[in-house]
Design a protein around this ligand. Sequence first.
Ligand code: R5P
Length: 309
Amino acid sequence: MKFMGNGVLVSGSNTISISEEVCRTSKIPMIEKIVRRFPDGEIYVRFSDVNFKEKNVYIIHSMAPRQNDSLIELFLSVDVIREYSPRKINLIAPYMAYARQHKKYNIGEALSLRTIIKILKILGVSEITTIDAHFCRREGTFNFFGMKIQNLTAAPLIFEYIKRESGIKDFVVVGVDAGSRDFLSKIRSKKVFLRKEKYCPICNKKAIKCECKTRKKSYKIVIKGFEKVKNKNVMILDDIISTGGTMSACALAVKKVARSVYIGCTHGLFLGRALDILKENCDLIVSTNTIKSKASKVSIAPLIKKVIR
Ligand code: R5P
């Protein structure tokens, strides 16, 4: 089957396998991009073909890791494409870097997500499609800092993958906190939402009431509500695992009472030893391939395919 649309695809160097899968299934042509590094670490980008004129250009580009290098590669790519008069530049960013810095918490701090969106807009990106972005929470179309952002969710794909792999049909899906309600809203299964409370290790008061000036990292995480999953097959799902602190605390609590513990997330950053530690505390851990790792077993290509015309 031939691709009938007016689109061409461009891949970020972090997303080549996703782009190839999308290419294979949608038959959209992909334009080859060469990315190299100068001896001092600076990035070089060149397209072997610049036939972008009047085309809908889809750039599939995950901004991780390393986030900053990946962003520069993206900025350089968009700027070249814009030079050759495309009809529209659609960025598909399975993982949006700086997504957790979309609000100002202190006077004088950078609103990082706004800065990135501003640059992409100036360079010529007309809209962004992303997956389980922290600042959107739920699936839908949003406007952030003047940019149209379509947020898709991978939660049902992860849920189905774990069900298939485990052969278990009666999962109780656990959200790590009340904030997970939107993330899990597309999953049809019994759900339990845990409560994550943080305590100061010095005064033992709740973090919000503590005046010890303890570093946030040192707060003790206490999980409440895990008793509800006694003797159940549990699947703990979250949008992102970064240091693994939240997920480890939840898995350890749930493990005390549950029959089995499966873990899934959309974005597996798995910093430091996070993946090894989590593996020790569950039956299986998987993420999607928005970020490549040993756990990235669930492909988000089927979600992206629906966006490409
Ligand atoms: C929080 O709102 C998120 O959904 C994740 O639970 C959190 O960002 C995970 O971070 P970490 O792995 O560092 O605990």
